[in-house]
Design a protein around this ligand. Structure first.
Ligand code: 6PG
Length: 236
């Protein structure tokens, strides 16, 4: 793993750098393989980034979008990460529907939907069960409790090692989430962390020793590149 940590004066500068990294990762993957696979983060931090990506005139026919986690709500629900990305990016560009791989939330059972998404990943990447796909890029945020994706502190999802997708739990609310194992197979993982409210958790995530069950972002150690883009307010 190669780790990069960059600190920016504010969120706007952080997101400008993120745009450069994301677009260069996309172009490199397409150059190499004629396609790029990206898993998107939810939450509020990356929304302006998705709005900026929409202006980049990217070859969307060669980009396959996935989500690294999803709230267990219908796609039109205000809390839906799929809805957030559609409004920020997808509704503004011509994106082939077949290239959009949103997490399903319609089975009425998050475990069933997690298994469905896992099967979709295995089929798309053409790998057998038990193997892990290698995403070109996975975007992640970090909560003020040190969670990432929907891997929340002291939840069962943190211990799931043999699956690609599992059910996360935020205060009793189910979510679908990539497992740490899947994230750690990525070629590149990019964390976007802004805001003073993240500082204490970030200190623990970066500390020489702290409990990853308490600070799940510590579990993220990808085989490829790990980028942390921080604003001044969030960093030590
Ligand atoms: C989600 C995200 C979650 C998010 C962090 C940070 O579904 O909310 O996947 O992990 O990245 O909670 O959220 P903010 O960017 O809103 O601070």
């Amino acid at each position: 793993m190669k780790k990069f940590v960059e600190v920016f004066p504010d969120k706007q500068a952080l997101l400008a750098r993120a745009l450069v990294i994301v677009t260069s990762q996309i172009q490199a993957a397409i150059q190499e393989k004629e396609k790029c696979t990206i898993a998107l983060a939810g939450g509020s931090t990356p929304k302006p980034l998705y709005e900026s990506i929409a202006t980049q005139n990217l070859p969307t026919d060669k980009i396959h979008l996935f989500w690294s986690d999803e709230r267990y709500v219908p796609p039109e629900h205000p809390d839906s990460n799929q809805r957030m990305v559609r409004k920020a990016w997808l509704d503004r560009v011509d994106f082939p529907q077949g290239n959009l791989h949103a997490m399903p939330t319609g089975a009425g059972n998050p475990t069933v939907d997690a298994q469905t998404y896992e099967k979709e990943l295995l089929a798309f990447f053409q790998i057998p069960a038990g193997e892990f796909p290698i995403f070109d890029l996975i975007l992640l945020g970090m909560g003020d409790d040190g969670h990432t994706a929907s891997l929340f502190p002291h939840t069962e999802a943190l211990s799931v090692k043999d699956r690609l997708v599992t059910v996360g739990n935020k205060d009793g609310q189910p979510r679908l989430t990539f497992t740490a194992s899947l994230i750690n197979h990525a070629s590149c993982v990019l964390f976007l962390v802004a805001g003073a409210n993240k500082r204490l958790a970030l200190e623990q995530v970066f500390a020489s020793s702290a409990d990853p069950m308490t600070y799940p972002s510590r579990l993220i150690m990808p085989q490829g590149e790990l980028w942390w883009l921080l604003d001044q307010a969030a960093s030590m």
